[in-house]
Design a protein around this ligand. Sequence first.
Ligand SMILES: Cc1cn([C@H]2C[C@H](O)[C@@H](COP(=O)(O)OP(=O)(O)O[C@H]3O[C@H](C)C(=O)[C@H](O)[C@H]3O)O2)c(=O)[nH]c1=O
Length: 176
Amino acid sequence: MRLEPTPIPGVHVVELEPIADERGAFARTFCWDTFAQAGITFDAVQCNTSLNTKKHTLRGMHYQQAPHGEPKLVRVTQGRVFDVAVDLRPDSPTHRQWFGLELSADNHQSLYIPDGCAHGFITLEDDCEVFYMMGAPYVADAARGVRYDDPAFGIDWPAAPAVIGDRDAHYPDYTP
Ligand SMILES: Cc1cn([C@H]2C[C@H](O)[C@@H](COP(=O)(O)OP(=O)(O)O[C@H]3O[C@H](C)C(=O)[C@H](O)[C@H]3O)O2)c(=O)[nH]c1=O
């Protein structure tokens, strides 16, 4: 596997390097040392999966408030999603900027989202499964979010959400 930087410091696309043979292929999906060589200490402590029944289901944009910031490595194990990270670090040169890409079971790509960034996605077909490796434990009281359509970020979603939770639809406008 290899990490490809994005315009947002710390946000990386993880590309697999499958080893093919007559049975198919084998690929490493996470390697602590490879992340460390990229300057990232990612000590995964929890794994999660989200099951999304309908096309154009939107989840996000979520993060955990300091000191419970949660870096995460996200991959799609079934279907296709448009996955987005938003930089919420006031001292970052890309504060308020977003980065998005299609993650799918077919392209095998992952997105690494560092602490200080919010994460969300919209599904691009029915029955999408999204797998997370989390770099910090879940702390319900620290759960925070920003709105997917907040003009502060101008995220260019490929579609409007057909399914979205009430909490996600009504986060207040972003204030750093
Ligand atoms: C995140 C999380 C949630 N939960 C419980 C809390 C709720 O009772 C239920 C659903 O939680 P929530 O509505 O926050 O699930 P999502 O909207 O999919 O949230 C996730 O999706 C966005 C896009 C992310 O990037 C986050 O990792 C994560 O917040 O699972 C847990 O028990 N443990 C957990 O780690």
